[in-house]
Design a protein around this ligand. Structure first.
Ligand SMILES: Cc1cc2nc3c(=O)[nH]c(=O)nc-3n(C[C@H](O)[C@H](O)[C@H](O)COP(=O)(O)O)c2cc1C
Length: 372
């Protein structure tokens, strides 16, 4: 599964893997793919440095990258000040806080112990936090910097290029992809509606060729709904120079979801068991459908708040749900490919299956084309 882009980056397979877990990212790079560590959960720069140190020791010299979440549209505090976490907390209406508590009480979710910090406190989509992550990351030999919610600011692109780091950005439409090209981005990740996490409304089958045409000759990676080698072959047939997978790594043996109940839920879920909901972050993100997403999507409820308010509003609640494994509410971002994630495999096992499936698709297509 080699393309010009995989050769340029020095990897065996044009398979890019996004994951929040260093052990998974390192295993993806060791297996011949390109591991990309999601940085959004790192609020303390030292924690990111510790995990990048670990990655350095465990990638066997293979290339890897980092993904940050810098929203193109950022919220501003009064007087054009940079928004702090305290500003955001102060903007959350009391009625929304009550709704969170009432929903947790209805499901008997215990409180955290006195002084116990909320583990799920994602503030990495606040620009100053993401910039702190970049200050750390540029001291490591990362080969790729990806951004989730728009083109990164011009100074960040310039800084990456000065260091010889390629810049990728996710796009859910050809219009977004063109904006990335205009901003000097090197690789566009065309992420379809099926994908786990923040997604647009266009399915990968339609989006991949549209984006490929829109930004040619820039390389495009296809993302969303890819979990087998046959799907990799389809994406490459549509013009992509590689694939970008996220969901499939959630149930690998190297992943650390901290919850067997959640792993069991993912393994049992079908492709119709996800929903694109604003419940987690305030922007539409595909995730497991649960009684928690249903409560937020219920027209009788208060509705969600915009990013970054919603993320802070639900942070402690999500930690409580995860800690006490309250199954009806327990969820995670994941895409429709969850329906094919039915057994736990190692990262190497996923790569073995991807290569086998890819070869069988190519053989089949060659036969159909009368070439073998
Ligand atoms: C649990 C999870 C968390 C994600 N978080 C991010 C993120 O922080 N930044 C980002 O660029 N993409 C994120 N994504 C999206 C992935 O980068 C990727 O585009 C997507 O998973 C591809 O579609 P798939 O889920 O069908 O493989 C996340 C996806 C999942 C499943």
């Amino acid at each position: 599964m080699q393309t010009e882009l995989s050769k340029q980056l020095g990897v065996e397979h044009a398979v890019f893997g996004f994951t929040p877990f260093p052990a998974v990212a390192a295993a993806i790079s060791r297996a011949g793919g390109f591991g990309v560590l999601g940085a959004v959960r790192y609020t303390a720069p030292d924690d990111l440095a510790r995990d990048l140190d670990w990655m350095q020791e465990h990638v066997d010299g293979r290339p890897y990258g980092l993904d940050v979440v810098m929203p193109a549209k950022k919220a501003e505090a009064p007087g054009n000040r940079t928004l702090t976490e305290a500003d955001v907390e102060a903007m959350i209406p009391a009625a929304h806080r009550r709704f969170v508590e009432d929903t947790l009480t209805k499901h008997g979710v215990p409180s955290l112990a006195e002084g116990e910090a909320s583990g799920w406190r994602i503030t990495g989509w606040m620009e100053q936090v993401a910039r702190g992550q970049l200050d750390v990351a540029f001291d490591y030999p990362i080969k790729l910097l990806a951004n989730a919610l728009g083109s990164p600011p011009a100074d960040v692109v310039a800084r990456a290029h000065d260091k010889g780091v390629l810049v990728a950005a996710l796009a859910g439409s050809a219009r977004h992809a063109r904006k990335h090209a205009d901003a000097g981005i090197d690789i566009v990740v065309a992420q379809g509606y099926e994908a786990g996490g923040h997604t647009g409304e266009i399915a990968s089958m339609v989006l991949t060729p549209e984006v490929t045409d829109a930004v040619a000759p820039l390389p495009v990676l296809a993302a969303g709904g890819i979990g087998s080698g046959e799907q990799v072959a389809a994406a490459l047939a549509l013009g992509a120079q590689g694939v970008w997978l996220g969901s499939v790594w959630l149930t690998v043996t190297e992943a650390d979801l901290h919850s067997r109940a959640l792993t069991r839920k993912l393994l049992a879920a079908g492709s119709g068991d996800t929903v694109r909901s604003r419940a987690l972050t305030g922007k539409p993100a595909r995730q497991l459908r649960t009684e928690w997403t249903d409560a937020w999507d219920d027209p009788q409820g208060p509705g969600t708040l915009p990013m970054p308010l919603q993320g802070l509003l639900v942070a402690e609640a999500v930690s409580r749900i995860q800690k006490y494994e309250v199954e009806p509410l327990l969820g995670t971002p994941v895409g429709q490919i969850v329906g094919r994630m039915n057994s736990e495999r190692s990262v190497q096992g996923v790569f073995d299956d991807l290569t086998r499936g890819f070869e069988s698709a190519v053989t089949r297509l060659n036969r159909i084309a009368g070439r073998g």
